[in-house]
Design a binder for this molecule. Structure first.
Ligand code: FAD
Length: 395
């Protein structure tokens, strides 16, 4: 392990997108920061790899620009279902398909240049309190003031849990009481992704709707696309979903028939999760560790970056209550959208009607996409919602 201070303002546990973005945000406020991660960079992960315009804006706020050297621009979303398609362009802003490994490298370079101490291959085994602590978990009344990082104690004013969806920091700090645990278990879904060596056939991200699953296709470079499957069935793999016998995605199967597979399959779980609290004393959660929305929204990275910007500010001013409030507000819109999209995933009749409306009124789809990205006014969203509801009733 290289040199690192044993006492800092901020200790970030987890060096994925959320952890690195938080570290960068904290450094922009002049705080000293250590990031520790158990893995070796660049870290890959099952992901649709679509960075929506609101995520690009959040990255800009951290001083990071995406260029076409690292990523492939796309200009909207296309839905494909039952042999029909509908598409909507982004009203404004740039969006990119970017390999997770490239995004990770970009964030690492930026963090290192801004003076973050980065510790890789360094898992964090538990939090530390000067008072009594029980099995790494927070004894009632105890105040954590550090963590065991690669077997050594680092003391910190703030301890940030950025350790992903199955966060141990969340458990150690007893923040894992999500509002509806039974719903969470029922809503758990499984994602698998791999890449194909083929020139993108479109500059839209495609969402292919099937009976049991959805497949995202994201162009990530001039000669590669990422393909990510999401379903409620832990046994359903990409190969099987694309297989002729299931026969759900004939257009996609034809597109990929002769393309070389350019990465191994990776899996991960996804769930819409809301926590009652995202901080306790000095321990605070960010990114997937702090709850999130189903991967079908393509908003996980954006949320992580937006939360990071806010958290950096709140740690600097010592006001985590403000972070909690802002965090709740940031999750509201994506949670609503996740609910709507999962409804469409489950109800084929509603999906068919929605496709019909989107095909006959592309403007309606564009307005929904704008609402999804937080673009436009509340009044426009309400009026579009009413208009969409009316059209759905009358198709
Ligand atoms: C199938 C799928 C498709 C998706 N598609 C999209 C998409 O297209 N667009 C989008 O924006 N989002 C998408 N997402 C969501 C996105 O991938 C996540 O929201 C994002 O990865 C969250 O980043 P994170 O840093 O919070 O967590 P992670 O990326 O999981 O990083 C957590 C890090 O913590 C480290 N860690 C864990 N425990 C410890 C420990 N004890 N000590 C030290 N380090 C530790 C891990 O090694 C890891 O590096 C998708 C997700 C899935 C599953």
């Amino acid at each position: 392990m290289s040199f690192f201070p044993h006492s800092v303002n901020v200790l970030v546990i987890g060096g994925g997108p959320a952890g690195l973005a938080t570290a960068i945000a904290a450094r922009r406020h002049g705080l000293s920061v250590v990031v520790a991660d158990g893995a070796i960079p660049p870290i890959d992960k099952a992901c649709g790899e679509g960075l929506m315009p609101d995520g690009v804006v959040a990255l800009h706020q951290l001083g990071i620009s995406i260029s076409t050297r690292d990523a492939y621009p796309f200009r909207g979303i296309r839905f494909l279902s039952d042999g029909k398609q509908a598409e909507a362009r982004f009203a404004r802003g740039a969006a990119y398909g970017i390999r997770r490994t490239h995004l990770h490298r970009l964030l690492i370079d930026h963090a290192a240049a801004s003076g973050v101490y980065l510790l890789w291959r360094t898992p964090v085994a538990g939090l530390h309190a000067d008072g009594p602590s029980i099995g790494g978990e927070m004894a009632d009344g105890a105040l954590f003031n550090g963590a065991l990082v690669g077997g050594k104690l680092i003391r910190a004013r703030w301890i940030v849990g950025a350790d992903g969806s199955r966060s141990r920091v969340r458990r150690w700090a007893k923040l894992d009481r999500s509002t509806r645990q039974a719903d969470e278990n029922r809503n758990l879904r499984y994602g698998f992704r791999r890449h194909y060596r083929v020139a993108p056939w479109t500059d839209f991200v495609e969402l292919h709707w099937g009976r049991r699953s959805q497949i995202y296709v994201t162009p990530v470079s001039d000669d590669e696309v990422g393909v990510a499957l999401i379903s409620s069935d832990p046994k359903l793999r990409l190969q099987a979903a694309l297989d002729e016998t299931i026969g759900e995605f004939p257009e996609l199967r034809a597109r990929l028939a002769n393309a070389e597979i350019s990465s191994s399959e990776r899996g991960a779980t996804t769930v819409t999760r809301r926590l009652r609290c995202v901080y306790r004393d000095r321990v605070v959660l960010v990114g997937d560790a702090s709850g999130g929305v189903d991967a079908i929204t393509g908003e996980g990275l954006c949320l992580a970056f937006q939360q990071a910007v806010l958290l950096g500010d709140c740690m600097a001013s010592g006001d985590l209550a403000r972070y909690e409030k802002g965090h709740r507000a940031l999750l509201r819109r994506p949670t609503l959208m996740a609910g709507m999209m999962l409804f469409l995933a489950k109800h084929s009749q509603a999906r068919r009607r929605t496709m019909q409306v989107f095909r006959s009124s592309p403007h309606c789809f564009a307005q929904m996409l704008a609402a999804h990205l937080g673009q436009g006014s509340a009044r426009e969203h309400i009026s579009n919602g009413i208009s969409l509801g009316w059209k759905l009733l009358h198709v």
